[in-house]
Every structure is written in C-alpha cells, then in structure tokens.
Design a protein around this ligand. Structure first.
Ligand code: URA
Length: 214
C-alpha cells in the first residue's frame, strides 16, 4: 500500500479552514469540494489512458483519452458524498457507484447496508471517497468489497488520515494482490479514545450536513 500526503500550500490553507470549529457548514462544504479537486489531481496520476488520433486546426496528432472500462468513483455514504462533485470535476466521464458501510456494534466489523455498484468490476480502476481514514475498518471493508467484485486498482481519497488507520489497512489488505494507494491532505497525530482523529476536524458528516438523528 502506498500513502501519499499532498504537500501543497493551497491544500494546507484549505485544510486549516476546514479544521477550524468556527467554519460554518456552507463554507465547509465548498472548501471540502475545492480540496478534493486538488487531491483528485494527484489521485488520478495513474489513471489509465489509451492513445487516440485527432486533428488540430494545424495538423493531425496523437493524444490520449481515458481507457475503457471507465474509472469508477465510489463515495462511502454519508460523508463521502461531500467529496463527489470535487472528484467528478476532474473525471466527468467516470461512472459512480455508492457504498453504505456501518459498523456492527456487536462484532465491531464494518458491514454493508447499501450498495449500488456494477456486479462485475473486472479491470476497473476504483476511486474510493471517504473523508476520514480513522480506524480504517470501513475503508478496509470497502476496498475488499470492490476487489471481491474484480476491481484491479484502488485509490482512496481522504481529507485526513490517522497513522492507526493506515497501519490497520496495511495489515488487513496485505494479502489483497491489488495495488492500493491512499491520497490524503494530511497525516494527523493519532486517534483519541472515541476514535476521532486528533487534531482532525471533528465529525466530517456532521460538519458537511449537520447532525442527523441527534
Ligand atoms: N470520522 C469522522 O468524521 N471524524 C473523525 O475524526 C473520525 C472518524
């Protein structure tokens, strides 16, 4: 597994405003969107392309276009939805699949509660959107789910990551046999006793959409 922390002043600036507890939801949503587009630029560095012939106003030339099958963008519900537009801005012809994961409080395992994805992901590059790589349980389960369907290249785009989550992903996905890259704006210090990233930005879903269900 490869972890890429994007070192760029604009990324750091936008992330600082996102972290600030005084930033309101509309500003948070719009900055998260901009930040994801910056991350998407790096996250798509390995997107598959194929040669194509075109004619410019001056002469014929060879360029590239996105290869088939098209990449699949998979936001993890609910907070991953806040990253979708920012990602699609750079990959407008990608397909989108949805994955809802919840932690079973008895087994502590992540379980799928909703999915809208092609049955066969053979040969597909998948871009998973999950703002907070905290314990890593949800992301590990989501990645395994996609690989079980045939995906052969996974990039996870996260606003923030914690070292504990990255270590867990490394361990749980060691046998996967498919390249996995994590692209994030920052690697924070640690998780606190409630599983929140420190210093983090709080609950990403709540900050994007307000508190649902009290
Ligand atoms: N999920 C969040 O939304 N925030 C955290 O800090 C950890 C997990």
């Amino acid at each position: 597994m490869r972890t890429q922390v994007i070192d760029h002043p604009l990324v750091a600036h936008k992330l600082t405003v996102l972290r600030n507890r005084d930033t309101d939801s509309p500003t948070f949503r719009s900055l998260a969107d901009e930040l994801v587009t910056l991350l998407a630029y790096e996250a798509t560095r390995d997107v598959r392309v194929e040669p194509c012939e075109i004619v410019t106003p001056v002469s014929p030339t060879t360029g590239v276009r996105l290869a088939s099958p098209r990449p699949l963008v998979v936001p993890i519900l609910r907070a991953g939805l806040g990253m979708l537009d920012g990602m699609m801005r750079l990959l407008p012809t990608a397909e989108v699949g949805f994955l809802g994961m919840v932690r079973n409080e008895e087994t502590l395992e992540a379980a799928t509660y909703a999915e809208r994805l092609p049955d066969d992901l053979s040969g597909r590059q998948c871009y998973v959107l999950d703002p907070m790589l905290a314990t890593g349980g949800t992301l590990a389960a989501a990645i395994r789910f996609l690989v079980d369907r045939g995906a052969d290249h996974i990039t996870a785009v996260c606003l923030l990551a914690a070292p504990e989550g990255c270590a867990r992903l490394e361990g749980e996905l060691a046998d996967l046999g498919v390249p996995v890259t994590i692209v994030t704006a920052a690697m924070d210090e640690r998780l606190n006793e409630k599983g929140y990233i420190v210093p983090g930005l709080g609950d990403a879903g709540d900050r994007l959409y307000g508190v649902a269900g009290g």
